[in-house]
Design a protein around this ligand. Structure first.
Ligand code: PAF
Length: 296
């Protein structure tokens, strides 16, 4: 297949390289005006890929959007005029809340939402480290997107395991819950994920998980707060040495995905009239930090 990857950050680079190794053609769309980019896994020969070539965008069989949630609409608007109306578009980012705007922007394309727990880290602009094996879930967001289940086989062949979900919202919410707990906590404390396993933080994590579970239940998910807590602790353990993406954003004083992680949780909580004070406090603390960069 011919893939266009929008975004060559850690996740875009991981999928681009894995799809290429599996025999697919890969073209990148990046923010720079470069016509080629060089990427490779650590200790392997790097590969040169075409970049930012509208004709390759037009010929693509699938567009995979791996930019941060707050960049999704701008990125899609920029490629839209070079996109065939039947080409499936896959969104893969932390957080929730972009799908409706994307559906309005694209109106005809099959839309697929994806979440992955693979760990990846750019150790230089062209060198990628695959820091942890994970799994990927995909599922349709519109009628034509729901017919793209073949993509799970294509993705799984390139980087196992990938599964098709009839109800992708459940998988997205499960990941959102983990991100609501790990990301702001590790960002504010500037610690690795594993430090969240400390007994001194258990009460706060417990309160966060109780609030999150209430919102998930109101959204129709069958989940108990104990499961939410256990899942976040499991991920913190499996990625103990990693710095979360929000930890890095705060470290480098970049805009984080808080609006699409805890911000999305809060907006759904408000619509169900559920109080989420502990999550709100984390949201506000990250927003305050972000505001302080503008004045720095
Ligand atoms: O955003 C992240 O960093 C990751 O989604 C996760 C799972 C929290 C691991 O660091």
């Amino acid at each position: 297949m011919r893939f266009t990857l929008v975004g060559a950050g850690a996740v875009g680079a991981l999928w681009g390289l894995k799809l290429f190794e599996a025999g697919h053609q890969v073209h990148f769309v990046t923010r720079k005006e470069e016509s080629q980019i060089t990427l490779g896994f650590e200790h392997q020969k790097p590969q040169t890929f075409s970049a930012n070539q509208p004709s390759l965008g037009e010929d693509s069989d699938c567009l995979v959007v791996c930019v941060k949630a707050f960049q999704v609409i701008d990125a899609i608007s920029a490629v839209k005029s070079h996109l065939h109306p039947d080409t499936p578009v896959v969104l893969m980012h932390n957080g929730m809340g972009t799908a409706n705007d994307v559906l309005q922007t694209l109106d005809t394309n099959p839309l697929v939402l994806a979440t992955t727990s693979h760990g990846a880290l750019k150790i230089s602009p062209s060198v990628l480290r695959h820091t942890g094996l994970g799994e990927t879930r995909l599922g349709g967001a519109n009628v034509s997107g729901k017919q793209c289940d073949f993509l799970a086989d294509v993705f799984s062949h390139a980087l196992p395991s990938a599964k098709w979900e009839k109800d992708i919202q459940t998988a997205l919410w499960r990941k959102l819950a983990v991100n609501c707990m790990i990301n702001p906590m590790t960002a504010l404390r500037q610690c690795q994920n594993g430090e969240l396993l400390s007994d001194s933080l258990r009460e706060q994590l417990n309160t966060l998980s109780e609030e999150i579970a209430l919102v998930m239940q109101a959204e129709g998910l069958n989940v108990a707060s104990g499961d939410v807590l256990q899942h976040a602790l499991q991920v913190a353990k499996a990625t103990a040495e990693n710095h979360s993406s929000m930890n890095r954003d705060v470290h480098f004083k970049r805009r984080s995905e808080i609006d699409f992680i805890t911000g999305y949780l809060i907006s759904r909580a408000e619509s169900h009239d559920i109080a989420v004070p502990e999550n709100r406090a984390l949201y506000q603390a990250i927003k305050n930090l972000e505001l302080s960069y503008d004045h720095a």
